[in-house]
Design a protein around this ligand. Sequence first.
Ligand code: ATP
Ligand code: MG
Length: 473
Amino acid sequence: MRACFLVTLRKGALSHRPPLNKASPKSAVKNPVRHPRGHLQAALIAPSRHGLSEKSISPGARTVVSTLQQSGYQAELVGGCVRDLLLGQRPKDFDVVTDALPDEVRRVFRRARLIGRRFRLAHVRVGREVIEVSTYRAKPDSEENDDSVLNEHGRILRDNVFGTREEDVLRRDLTVNALYYDPGSNTIFDYVGGFDDIHERRLRFIGDPQERLNEDPVRMLRAVRFKTKLNLAFAKGIEGLIAQNAYLLRHVPPARLFDEVLKMFHHGYALNLFNLLRHLGMFAELFPEAERTFTDTDLAPDTGLVCRVLKNTDQRVQQGKPVIAAFLFAGLLWRAVCLERERRMGHGVASYPALQQAAVAVIGRESQRISIPRRVSSIVYEIWELQGRLESRRPRTIHRLLENKRFRAAYDFLVLRSGAGEVPESLAEWWTQIQEHSVPQQQEMIKALNSGPARNKRRRPRKRSNEQSKQGT
Ligand code: ATP
Ligand code: MG
């Protein structure tokens, strides 16, 4: 039973939003008690129940909240930081929400910068921290309002209608992300039962889930991310609903999906997330060609190349090592590019240009779903292209290869491919050794290549004499 919360949401209350947008008088925004139709009330969670203290939050976030409050505004922490603290995890960042409009935030803080178009907010610098400060949002109820725009599918294109906290809570995606924490009074405000959901480790959308997914299909990706990252369970019906609505991801701007994909795959739980995305049919929406071309071997747990790439990414994140987007895309799209290259070679294109053409074609098709910035795609091409050069080990190119800016990423990929049985382990081992050796030892290894049987010589096809060609031999 929900012991702690008290919500009275009168039907239709939302459609009678007071006119609180940027042109509204601030007094109307500032006092939720006077909100004429808002019948949504918060349960106040006391410190003895939530266990947080002012010390739980970063000094920068504390400063931003208290400065806003001292300037006469309402301000709290909200979202992932409150959720993560209650779950005993270290928050990634601290988001502040306020009734101050973005321009007012800029006036309060000397070091504030306004960003975003779809969702305008301020970045406030405090020491080395950057705190994101957003203004309470309200549900758009009029298409005439040019600060909130829905398209014909009910999708939110811009979300800049400002409102009260009582309205803001209903614009948030999941109940666990909708807790407001005021460090000054050490109180949590819970309007939608998020506190209980955290304790029951349950992910529940706020409002009508279908409508919320129509408004913004990225909420499905967020739900899957939090489920995996925080080991939570979906509330009843959510899994099926997401599977049914996975196709909505096709309508999300590809640039936004790039950011979301990195958030999902670069936080240390990529393999579990990949399995869940595939289970729900979302991976096929994000990477259609990869999904179509994966072989059973690629997907084999432990040994398959895809699993090895994702596990390796997870290990690096856990060890605090850097991870790059290009490596992820290179791994996920490798089979697709190999097949495309074979297809082109089947049409008589030589191996190297076939790979180049295949790479451009595969990345081009993928970019229609997830836009891969050029700074990333150029590295993906290099990682792929270097595979052939690492495999052929032409003595005169070895030193240059070792100095190549992408050598390390390409080598790491080769090692994963060798573990997956795509190239001999001895080849990967050779490249491991040569990096560890001194220059004279390296020369020895290269010399041995010329004479030894170990080298995978890439012979140029001998020019056929006219006579042979004619005979077809
Ligand atoms: P984390 O920062 O750990 O990734 P988060 O929940 O804080 O998780 P942010 O992207 O920082 O994620 O967003 C802050 C808050 O803004 C969320 O907790 C949620 O309340 C709200 N929010 C973010 N994206 C959406 C969205 N697409 N739809 C509705 N609410 C959202
Ligand atoms: Mg956050």
